[in-house]
Design a binder for this molecule. Structure first.
Ligand code: SF4
Length: 703
């Protein structure tokens, strides 16, 4: 018998599907898709429809704070008072001795907006350091920079509803069929209903998204900028450009034109490994469409040239005038459920709340004034890889890690292990004992999970939803905001005495007034009673804003969108060589989520892709004497992975693929793809490159 039901949002990917949660008399929950939700209209993917198993199974949950007084002692159960007093004392002592920049926070795109806001207020406003970054650095910081450089601000211009109005989709560096399934279902439906709709996929792998496409450009990893410029060149030469839009609403076109003519179509074809006629065909599909949407994710963002890849792709929307109108626009897909919300509240080392910039003195002054502090430090905060480098070198002594598992998710895992071992004090705020990062924790703080706390999230299309608390957290686990606020008060900071998450949201909303992400007309009551809203939600648009830039006024000083030319067209990542001749690219599989601390608990999610395998082309397998199912040893300059081979022509020759999810689940870290990846980062977005590591592959022989 059902006791009650509530509406909430899926806690996995950035699609942000609506879910109805039913609770029975035994307090067990069940989930189903919300038919009235504008995102998924009742549909759920395999991960979403199995969420109740994760919520009901508390066997792996951390129930009490645990602490060790020294590294030579095991952790033991302590009270919350003891745990947070110790954290405050250690942080105070390190700051007194070494300064504020000797401490750091590392948070998550799975944190709720209120949690993100408070962690940033605490760090940047009160601890006096900007050393707070997020695992979203690993997935979408290049997209943020791309939008800022092109539109003047981090602004996703369109909505999922534009899918039903578009007639050409360019999906590049993304596999939404697996990683954003409900959004992909909407594209499939659009094409089923209108066979004239065209789908182009650019990917070195023949993914399920690529198999569905009308045209698959199977490029060599790292050559994206050359390919987008070649498409731009074909568009120009074929007269398929919007001259009026370019003239009246953009700047920098002449520089762009010069760049796209630097490389001939034949040269581009050779560099990218894509036939020239396919590049021309893609340009025709884009240029002849009435509504052109580009969609991308990690294939662009996770690169040493991630910013250039983003701006070069955005240029295709500008040259065709396909922005600010129905069924058109560039659409970056966020991997995590609240990566977008984190961006709104300044949840990265280089950002401040409400899309303000840390590098801007006036912005720092405004935010400091709002929080009632003297100043915000002008010193740039450490981004994800920089933060762990600083832990290793000893510049940062203490780190507080919340809702993320860097031991598995950060590049170059062995370096992360060294950094954690060298740090003086590690706090891990977590829900699951399965998180590998706990191995290094001096203090473990049990956090409440999905359904056990309230707050808001924003999905890929700027849609804000309210997530209610429905069940009690197990043991002594507490909501993250409560933990951060309690710690802040023990540090002696005022301004953290909130009466719940709603007050935090109200504070943030009031801060947005008059900005481009104004949500001052939004509050918990409206979210609970009226449903979801897309920002801005202000006095002019009290129902929200599905589409930006319909007036063609962009957020740049000139109000024109900007054509950016790439700093280089070359992929400046590590090159392949005789020792490491193959390119490794890593990514997600359909039914797993991040480091599997949640999806790994669900038996039925293990059937689709039960174990990590190395996907390798038949030619590369032959050259390396590998048979299907052989245990392979994959080596890079950073480490080793041993997994079985899956020989498939779905991956381009010269490229191999490993899934990113597995850590020590099989009591060995030899499954962990990030043993191999490098910490090279984009110089502007500081996003690491998970899509290009040079490796060798051989059949493993037992010694
Ligand atoms: Fe959840 Fe994403 Fe699946 Fe929707 S598509 S159910 S948000 S994991």
């Amino acid at each position: 018998m059902i006791k009650n039901e509530i509406k909430t949002t899926c806690s996995y990917c950035g699609v942000g599907c609506g879910i109805i949660v039913k609770k029975d008399m035994n307090n067990k929950v069940f989930v189903e898709g919300d038919k009235d939700h504008p995102v998924n209209k009742g549909m759920l993917c395999s991960k979403g429809m199995n969420l109740h198993y994760v919520a009901n199974d508390t066997s792996d949950r951390i129930l009490y704070p645990e602490m060790r007084w020294s590294r030579s002692h095991p952790r033991e159960r302590v009270s919350w008072d003891t745990a947070l007093d110790r954290a405050a004392n250690v942080f105070k002592s390190i700051i007194k001795k070494h300064g504020s920049d000797a401490v750091a926070f590392y948070v998550s795109g799975q944190s709720l907006t209120e949690e993100y806001y408070i962690a940033n207020k605490l760090t940047k406003g009160f601890l006096g350091t900007n050393n707070i970054d997020t695992n979203s650095r690993l997935c979408m910081s290049s997209a943020v920079v791309g939008y800022k450089k092109t539109f003047g601000e981090d602004s996703v211009p369109i909505s999922y509803d534009d899918i039903e109005l578009a007639d050409t989709f360019l999906i590049t560096g993304a596999n939404p069929a697996w990683c954003h399934p409900i959004l992909f279902r909407r594209i499939e439906k659009r094409k089923e209903e209108n066979p004239k709709v065209k789908v182009i996929v650019i990917d070195p792998r023949k993914t399920d998204s690529a198999k569905f496409a009308d045209l698959h450009l199977q490029l060599t990893p790292g050559t994206d900028v050359v390919l987008y410029n070649a498409i731009g060149r074909c568009l120009y030469k074929s007269g398929l450009i919007d001259e009026d839009f370019i003239k009246n609403h953009t700047q920098g076109f002449d520089g762009y034109k010069e760049v796209i003519f630097e490389t001939t179509l034949k040269q581009a074809s050779k560099i990218c490994g894509v036939p020239a006629k396919e590049i021309q065909k893609a340009a025709e599909m884009i240029g002849l469409s009435k509504g052109f949407i580009s969609m991308w994710a990690m294939g662009l963002n996770q690169s040493v040239i991630g910013t250039d890849k983003n701006t070069s792709l955005l240029n295709l929307s500008l040259i065709t005038g396909q922005v600010g109108k129905p069924g058109a626009g560039p659409f970056s897909l966020t991997g995590q459920p609240n990566a977008m919300g984190g961006r709104e509240v300044g949840g990265m080392a280089n950002l401040l709340a409400v899309h303000k910039d840390l590098g801007n003195e006036e912005h720092r002054r405004e935010v400091a004034q709002f929080w009632g502090v003297d100043k915000i430090s002008a010193k740039p905060g450490l981004t994800a890889t920089e933060l762990f480098d600083a832990l290793e070198s000893g510049k940062v002594k203490a780190v507080w890690i919340a809702s993320t598992n860097p031991l598995v998710s950060m590049p170059n895992s062995h370096q992360i292990e060294k950094a954690m071992a060298k740090s003086k004090f590690v706090v891990v705020q977590e829900i699951s004992h399965k998180a590998d990062t706990l191995n290094y924790a001096d203090l473990v703080l049990p956090a409440a999970a999905w359904l056990e706390k309230e707050g808001t999230m924003t999905n890929s299309e700027r849609r804000i939803s309210y997530l209610p608390k429905e069940i009690e957290a197990p043991g002594e686990a507490r909501p993250d905001v409560e933990i951060f606020c309690d710690f802040a008060q023990r540090m002696g900071f005022r301004g953290f005495n909130y009466n719940g998450a709603e007050e935090i949201y109200d504070e943030y909303a009031s801060m947005t007034k008059g900005t481009n992400i104004d949500v001052s007309f939004l509050n918990y009551d409206r979210l609970k009673n009226e449903g979801t809203f897309q920002w801005p939600v202000n006095e002019y648009r009290s129902k929200g804003t599905p589409r930006l830039f319909e007036d063609k006024k962009f957020y740049t000083p000139s109000q024109k969108a900007i054509f950016n030319v790439p700093s280089t067209i070359e992929n400046t990542s590590v090159k392949t060589n005789d020792e490491f001749p193959l390119i490794l690219t890593t990514g997600r599989v359909r039914d797993q989520w991040h480091t599997m601390t949640k999806t790994g608990k669900v038996a039925r999610l293990k059937t689709h892709y039960p174990k990590p395998v190395l996907e390798i082309n038949p030619v590369d397998a032959y050259l390396n004497k590998i048979k299907d199912g052989d245990i392979t040893e994959i080596k890079s300059a950073n480490g080793v992975v041993r997994v079985r081979a899956k020989i498939t022509d779905e991956i381009k020759e010269g490229v191999v693929f490993l899934p990113m999810h597995w850590g020590k689940v099989l009591n060995s870290n030899l499954n962990r793809a990030n043993n191999l990846t490098n910490t090279h980062i984009d110089p502007v977005s500081k996003e690491p490159d998970f899509k290009f590591t040079s490796v060798s592959v051989s059949k493993y022989k037992k010694p």
